[in-house]
Write a new protein. Structure first.
Length: 246
């Protein structure tokens, strides 16, 4: 493969400012996913160009404030939609679990977007429930006919989601207990069954050790590293510990 055939990653910077928003709606989307719709005049000028962008949520912690990364799942007339995984022991998840319409939430960002393009013929999207908002957004935003294979690990069939898409989508849901989300094996087994046609771009996000193991295996199978993007969306046992570029 020549250099000209590499995927292109365009970096876009945005003006960052804090926006104070109102929770317009909360919904238990699936047993482990809380959907928040945020609204308010402060959303004016909000822009998110990349499906794996992130914003900061400022949530209460020990009488102060903590910042955590979340994906702008959708932005439109109804407001800004954010999907929060319900896991134990984190201030962001704790806040989302008890949020009700009318609550106030401050967000920041996205500071920038990485827009992935170029000569990609097949997208491979692999992730756990924290990656599901980005994966869902990519699937829904993809132009008609885009070839996408997705592998998503969730605790049960009830945690699966349905996407409206014109993409040529093949999705494989992997079920494993939420307490096992730091283990690579369940997703690895599903990944082994996926073929890697030429010009496959693999996007991976999960617990950092899991994401690294999945990416390393794809590279071992012959996928050039430049045709992969892997991120640790969280790190087992460590608060606020994303590894955005593995
Ligand atoms: C670019 C990016 C986009 C992201 N988008 C989303 C998103 O749209 N939705 C979403 O839910 N998450 C998303 N995440 C992951 C989210 O930022 C982390 O899960 C974050 O740690 C949650 O904060 P917390 O306050 O709930 O827990 P923390 O205080 O950060 O962590 C407390 C404890 O919980 C553990 N932990 C953290 N997350 C999980 C989890 N999911 N499952 C099990 N244990 C966990 C930690 O290891 C730690 O031991 C994203 C991360 C990145 C980097």
């Amino acid at each position: 493969m020549t250099m000209t055939e590499l995927p292109r990653i365009d970096r876009i910077r945005h003006d960052t400012r804090r926006r104070t928003l109102t929770v317009a709606r909360t919904e238990r989307l699936t047993p482990h996913m809380i959907r928040l719709t945020l609204a308010g005049p402060d959303l004016e000028g909000f822009h998110s160009a990349g499906f794996d962008d992130h914003i900061k949520l400022f949530v209460p912690k020990d009488g102060g404030e903590a910042m955590r990364d979340y994906t702008p799942r959708r932005f439109g007339p109804e407001g800004l939609v954010v999907d929060v995984v319900d896991h134990p022991g984190g201030p962001a998840a704790d806040w989302a679990r008890t949020a009700v319409a009318g609550d106030t939430l401050t967000i920041g960002g996205p500071r920038g977007s990485k827009v992935i393009g170029g000569p990609i013929d097949h997208w491979l999207l692999v992730g756990d429930e924290t990656a599901l908002p980005a994966i869902g957004r990519r699937i829904e935003e993809a132009p008609a006919g885009t070839a996408i294979t997705a592998i998503v690990a969730v605790p049960s069939a009830a945690d699966e989601q349905v996407f409206e898409t014109k993409a040529a989508l093949s999705i494989r849901w992997v079920h494993r207990d939420a307490a096992e989300s730091h283990r690579a094996e369940p997703m690895m087994a599903a990944l082994e069954a996926v073929t890697l046609p030429p010009r496959t771009f693999a996007w991976i996000a999960a617990e950092a050790g899991v994401a690294r193991a999945l990416r390393d295996r794809l590279v071992e199978r012959g996928l050039p590293r430049e045709w992969t993007a892997a991120a640790g969306y969280w790190l087992r046992g460590v608060a606020d510990s994303a590894v955005k570029d593995l």
